[in-house]
Ligand binder design. Structure first.
Ligand SMILES: N[C@@H](CCC(=O)N[C@@H](CS)C(=O)NCC(=O)O)C(=O)O
Length: 193
C-alpha cells in the first residue's frame, strides 16, 4: 500500500509461510514483509516505510504513532481471531504451509475450530471499537488527508473482507475504498498475473 502510494517500483514475491530459511537468511528473523534491494534487506513495515517513503507519506508524531499502534493492536486481536481460520484457504497457502500456519497460530489462539464457534463473540467485541474509529474518520484518521496512520489501520481492517459473516458499516467501507483508490492498492495483484 505504501509503495504503491509513494510510487516506488517493486516486485512482490509471496514467500510460503513455512519457508523459514528465506526470512532468516535475509534479516535473521522469521518474519515478513521484507524489502530486499541489491544493497540490503530490511523488515518491520514501519521502518521500511520510514526509510523508503519518508518524504512521500506524512509521518505521524511519536505520540500519534503510539496511539494508532495501540488501536491496531486492539483491533488486530478480534480481527485475527475472525480472519485466521479463513486465511488458510487463500491461494497463498499449500497443504504444508497451511499446516505450519495453523499449528503455529493455534498454539497462541487455541484451535481454529473453536475460533470459528466464537465468531459472534469476536464481532461483538469489534463493533464498539469500530464505532469509535468511525467517529475519528474525517474522512481519514483524524485528518482530511491520507497519512501513514490510514495505511496502518486499513491494513488491519482489510483482513475482514475474508470473513463472510462480517459486514462493514457504509462509512468504514467507504474509508477502505478511498484508501484503496488513493494508494492504488490491489490486494490480489499477486494472483492476477
Ligand atoms: N511488526 C511487524 C509484524 C509483521 C508480522 O507480524 N508478520 C507476520 C506475517 S503478516 C509474520 O511474518 N509472522 C511470522 C510467523 O507467524 O511465522 C511488521 O509490521 O512488519
Amino acid at each position: 500500500m505504501a509503495f504503491d502510494f509513494a510510487q516506488i517500483p517493486y516486485q512482490s514475491i509471496v514467500v510460503p509461510y513455512n519457508d523459514e530459511k528465506t526470512p532468516l537468511d535475509l534479516c535473521g528473523v522469521k518474519m515478513l514483509p521484507i524489502v530486499k534491494t541489491e544493497k540490503d534487506a530490511m523488515n518491520e513495515s514501519l521502518d521500511i516505510i520510514q526509510h523508503y517513503c519518508n518524504n512521500k507519506i506524512d509521518q505521524p508524531s511519536a505520540e500519534r504513532l503510539a496511539e494508532v499502534t495501540a488501536l491496531t493492536d486492539k483491533l488486530g486481536k478480534s480481527i485475527h481471531n475472525l480472519a485466521m481460520p479463513y486465511f488458510i484457504w487463500t491461494p497463498e497457502f499449500d497443504d504444508d504451509s497451511r499446516k505450519y500456519f495453523q499449528d503455529k497460530k493455534e498454539k497462541k489462539r487455541g484451535p481454529f475450530k473453536e475460533l470459528m464457534k466464537k465468531k459472534d463473540e469476536f464481532v461483538l467485541e469489534l463493533t464498539p471499537q469500530l464505532e469509535i474509529l468511525e467517529k475519528d474518520l474525517t474522512p481519514f484518521y483524524k485528518s482530511s488527508n491520507l497519512a501513514l496512520e490510514d495505511i496502518m489501520i486499513a491494513a488491519h481492517l482489510w483482513a475482514l473482507f475474508i470473513v463472510p459473516e462480517f459486514q462493514f458499516s457504509p462509512k468504514i467501507y467507504q474509508y477502505l475504498m478511498d484508501v484503496k483508490k488513493i494508494t492504488g492498492f490491489e490486494y490480489h495483484k499477486d494472483y492476477m498475473e
